[in-house]
Design a protein around this ligand. Structure first.
Ligand code: SAH
Ligand code: SF4
Length: 424
């Protein structure tokens, strides 16, 4: 979501006649787009903001700006003004479309403009520079779920959906520029469309986007288990471009913790949902997000999470140490867990998941997989890299003219994070 916002910001600047600088030394505008989901991100950003002071000292005409999620937190814009007085521009998540006006205004003094609430969905975002064959397309903004640990609903506002017409137009535009795969983005894509008239749901949107000619693959993130219904499972199975991969964050395996987290489902419901998904799409790849060390998490609660991992057997899991976010209910809960306990649980979770991930990859040995070729492999420039429909990275001998093509690759070697194969 933040990357997509950064693309929009770059688009606005390009419309104003600016171009990307090769390095910060050469830049006349330096903008930081921020995240505050965990404290570690926030610490990094403030460090970076401190570093930027030297550019202002070297050239007082340089514009330094900071915007996005972190700035949206109560007290943060005041803190930035006080501790980083050389910052010219401070804005939030709801007014980034005003960047051109704010840039002009800050030439005559510091601009601080953080809106408290979201406005209408803004549709005239600038065309972006398409880089490569994959693109993110935001289908909705905000979140209504208020999981007790999460700051997103406070900094991104309530759910607002873009119309299917606007989304399909954007996807068609991207395809005309060479994009082959789109990822539809929202904090909870399965509640897409609830605020639209005429009514449409996420399953309906998938079927619409599936009709875009020239598009090869559709992915989406993130889905919330409580809203993942049968209609969506059927739409996924029916729409040929929709890849068989679902990122379905479970967060924890203990019913008591799930309740404290305000997730709106129980582990039994979740395990049953996975069974239904696998029944409709036997080859589906499943990934998840997990939080360790939520306040009050006991050893038994944590064992329930390990047990859930064994039962579901995800292809991959993103594991986070619980981070206290001020203003969220969990920050005030008793039983905050020490860093040592969090870290040791984190390591156990990682170890178990790595074994499971490798098992999943080994099961693909000898099979033929459809790969969308993305470009040279990061670690070995002699090899090309792409992803399976299940979103697994495959590395194989090839050349740059293969980029953007769908090819069949036979899997010959399986590692925890990558598969290695040969085109057939
Ligand atoms: N809307 C998405 C993504 C939310 S943020 C979803 O519901 O899945 C991405 C992930 O960050 C979450 O899934 C959660 O695992 C993690 N996260 C959010 N707040 C956190 C916190 N306070 N501490 C640690 N991890 C957190
Ligand atoms: Fe945060 Fe929960 Fe909304 Fe995801 S669904 S953004 S975790 S509040």
């Amino acid at each position: 979501m933040n990357e997509r916002d950064s693309e929009s910001l770059a688009g606005f600047l390009r419309q104003m006649g600016y171009d990307e600088a090769a390095s910060p030394d050469e830049a006349t505008i330096l903008l930081i787009n921020t995240c505050c989901v965990r404290e570690s991100a926030e610490r990094k950003i403030l460090g970076k903001l401190g570093e930027l002071r030297k550019y202002k000292l070297a050239d007082p005409d340089v514009i330094i700006g900071i915007g996005g999620c972190m700035v949206q937190q109560p007290g943060m814009s005041e803190r930035i003004q006080k501790e980083y007085p050389y910052v010219d521009l401070v804005y939030g998540t709801h007014n980034l479309h005003q960047l051109p006006v704010m840039i002009e205004q800050c030439r005559s003094g510091q601009v601080v403009d953080v809106w408290n609430s979201e406005g209408e969905v803004v549709e005239d975002l600038p065309d972006r520079k398409v880089d490569g064959i994959k693109a993110h397309v935001t289908i909705m903004y905000g979140c209504n779920n208020f999981c007790s640990y999460c700051i997103v609903p406070y900094v991104r506002g309530r759910e607002r959906s873009r119309t299917p017409k606007d989304i399909v137009r954007e996807v068609t535009n991207l395809v005309a520029q060479g994009v082959k795969e789109v990822t539809l983005l929202g904090q909870n894509v399965n509640s897409y469309g609830k605020d639209l008239e005429p009514a449409i749901n996420f399953a309906g949107l998938l079927l619409e986007v599936n009709k875009v000619e020239g598009l090869q693959r559709i992915r989406f993130t993130t889905s919330h288990p409580k809203d993942f219904d049968l209609e969506l499972i059927q739409a996924m199975a029916k729409a040929d471009k929709v890849c068989e991969h679902i990122h379905l964050p479970v967060q924890a395996g203990s019913n008591r913790i799930l309740e404290e987290m305000n997730r709106g489902y129980k582990r039994e419901y979740y395990i049953d949902l996975i069974a239904k998904i696998r029944e409709a799409m036997p080859n589906v790849a499943l990934t998840t997000d997990l939080i360790v060390g939520f306040p009050g998490e006991s050893d038994d609660d944590f064992e329930d999470t390990l047990d859930l991992l064994e039962k579901v057997r995800y292809d991959n899991a993103f594991t986070f140490l619980y981070s206290k976010r001020s203003g969220t209910p969990a920050a005030e809960m008793d039983g905050q867990i020490s860093d040592e306990v969090k870290k040791s649980r984190f390591q156990r979770l990682l170890k178990l998941q790595n074994v499971i991930s490798l098992e999943h990859n080994r099961a693909l040995l000898g099979t033929t997989q459809e790969i969308l070729v993305e470009g040279p492999s990061k670690n070995n420039k002699e090899m090309m890299s792409g992803r399976t429909r299940g979103n697994k990275i495959v590395v194989f001998p090839g050349s740059e003219e293969m980029i953007g093509r769908l090819i069949n690759v036979k899997i010959e070697e399986a590692r925890t994070w990558t598969l290695i194969g040969k085109e057939i």
